[in-house]
Design a protein around this ligand. Structure first.
Ligand SMILES: Cc1cc2nc3c(=O)[nH]c(=O)nc-3n(C[C@H](O)[C@H](O)[C@H](O)COP(=O)(O)OP(=O)(O)OC[C@H]3O[C@@H](n4cnc5c(N)ncnc54)[C@H](O)[C@@H]3O)c2cc1C
Length: 465
């Protein structure tokens, strides 16, 4: 069957075995480590009505349903055996309402590459993902850890409504007043959301006057001292400051004149903030206080930056065309526990692009009532990035084993965005919210048509080891 004989579908429908199937299956998957999973068919939708038609087609054929917006899920959640894969790549139109400051965006819109410039032209901003090409669909459904996130909260907190095609093929609006269960789930359920979002309605904010950065390069040998210092200042740090330390092997790091890169892995502390003036930004960053190894750093630069510049740096660190093995953990462990575990990972980084981050999050408030419900003092995420398939098993085992060690000693769970539950599972929702979500899923999708969480052990899902 093809689109020509399926009048209800305007987009391109490609069945398994037909020409173009392989490209439709994995061509838009960011991770070059493509999965061995084979959907029955892929529907590259033309518009939101096609999503409705796709759901009815799946019901008719007895297929399950999987969804792709930006294709950036590390584990390629969109690629599921025997499913109809709804590829929403065409749904990326944007409209803005000046009266409310609400932007409406298709789910395949890229946060930093498309949404941010569209809003900047209107003097507005939204906490989009750090990496420019991430689709807002998967990003917002799982929470959304974006620029200025410590101040603005999880990006999903700024979702005011979603347009959803249900598992029965009905197109509905979900917000605080109507279909409130779907609205609750859309903010944190990630791939467990029991519907297909065709449009997000997002509260935007005035664009900050300045974005500033304070960037230090340290030797790996100074990691213990630097981690202790960061844990010490983190609770007092203004929430407009985002402190991220990356163990990285990229050569392009700040170095003082005459200082040579020592080779191998160095530590890049990159603190950013958004503020009303340069003076305020400098004051906020001064909150980092005195670095205990100041004087032995390899380089230090501070000054204005822009989202566009930051996006370029993110793309350099996360190149496409490579294989990725990724894992993460939220941890409340003190510095003396965490530092040696981090060093176990950081000392082993051995490819040009691989990196691992310590991200000071330090939550200080109760989250609003939404599915998203697990966060901790520090976010640790490791990205092993390599070109060859023969290294898959080795790097996957390494990233998940090392992260499991962090999870065991002070870990409180994971952020869905950097997980691969086919390898390591952990808690991503509070037990209460997980139970509530399961109840919503059973009611909204009783046939279990939407593929949901991709995992190795369904019974062990959301359990903290
Ligand atoms: C290079 C890179 C950088 C990243 N940086 C960040 C970051 O800074 N912050 C952060 O929070 N995350 C980040 N991530 C993680 C990323 O946000 C998640 O992988 C997210 O799921 C990607 O969304 P997507 O739409 O591009 O992915 P997809 O693979 O298209 O979607 C993932 C899954 O989400 C569900 N889904 C997506 N869209 C819909 C929809 N419209 N309706 C229903 N279900 C849907 C489906 O289950 C789908 O399979 C990064 C990922 C990469 C590859």
């Amino acid at each position: 069957m093809s689109a020509a004989t399926t009048p209800t579908v305007r987009g391109r429908l490609t069945l398994r075995g037909e020409p173009g199937y392989e490209e439709a299956r994995v061509g838009r998957v960011f991770n070059a480590r493509k999965p061995d999973r084979y959907p029955a068919a892929v529907l590259e939708v033309a518009d939101a009505e096609d999503v409705v038609a796709g759901v009815h087609l799946a019901i008719e054929r007895g297929w399950s349903l999987s969804v792709r917006s930006g294709g950036h899920s590390w584990a390629a959640w969109s690629v599921r055996d025997e499913a109809l894969l709804l590829d929403l790549g065409a749904l990326r139109s944007l409209s803005y309402d000046e009266g409310t400051g609400i932007v409406s965006a298709g789910p395949a819109t890229m946060g930093a590459l498309e949404l941010a410039p569209f809003l900047a032209e209107r003097g507005r901003a939204f906490p989009g993902g750090h990496c420019a090409t991430v689709g807002i669909g998967g990003y917002l459904l799982q929470g959304g850890q974006g620029w200025n996130g410590r101040a603005k909260g999880w990006a999903c907190e700024s979702v005011v409504a979603v347009d959803v095609v249900t598992a029965e093929g009905e197109h509905v609006r979900a917000d605080a007043e109507q279909n409130a269960d779907l609205y609750w789930a859309a903010r944190g359920a990630g791939p467990g959301f029991p519907g297909i979002v065709t449009r997000f309605h997002l509260q935007t904010y005035p664009e900050p006057e300045v974005m500033w950065h304070d960037t230090w390069t340290f030797r790996l040998d100074d990691a213990e001292a630097v981690i202790h210092w960061l844990h010490d200042v983190l609770p007092r740090l203004d929430r407009r400051v985002e402190p991220v330390m990356a163990a990285t092997r990229l050569p392009e790091v700040p170095l003082y004149d005459g200082v040579e890169h020592p080779g191998g892995t160095v530590l890049l502390l990159h603190a950013t903030c958004m503020a009303d003036s340069a003076e305020e930004a400098r004051d906020l960053l001064a909150g980092l206080g005195e670095c205990p190894v100041a004087g032995s750093e390899l380089g230090h630069v501070t000054g204005p930056t822009t989202m566009a510049q930051e996006s370029v740096a993110q793309m350099d660190q996360n190149p496409d065309g490579y294989r990725y093995a990724v894992d993460c953990a939220w941890t409340n462990a003190p510095a003396e526990t965490l530092a040696p575990l981090l060093l176990d990972i950081w000392r082993e980084l051995d490819t040009e692009h691989s990196f691992s981050i310590w991200y000071g999050w330090a939550p200080t408030r109760e989250l609003p009532d939404m599915a998203f419900s697990v966060e901790g003092n520090v976010y640790v995420a490791t990205y092993l990035i390599y070109p060859d398939a023969e290294d898959d098993a080795r790097y996957r085992a390494r990233v998940h084993d090392r992260t499991a060690a962090i999870a065991r000693d002070g870990g409180v769970g994971v952020y869905l965005g950097d997980t691969d539950f086919t390898a390591r599972q952990d808690r991503f929702l509070s037990p209460e919210h997980y139970a509530r979500l399961e109840e919503i899923r059973a009611r909204r999708d009783p046939a279990g048509r939407i593929a949901g969480y991709l995992c190795k052990d369904r019974e062990g899902l959301n359990i903290h080891a």
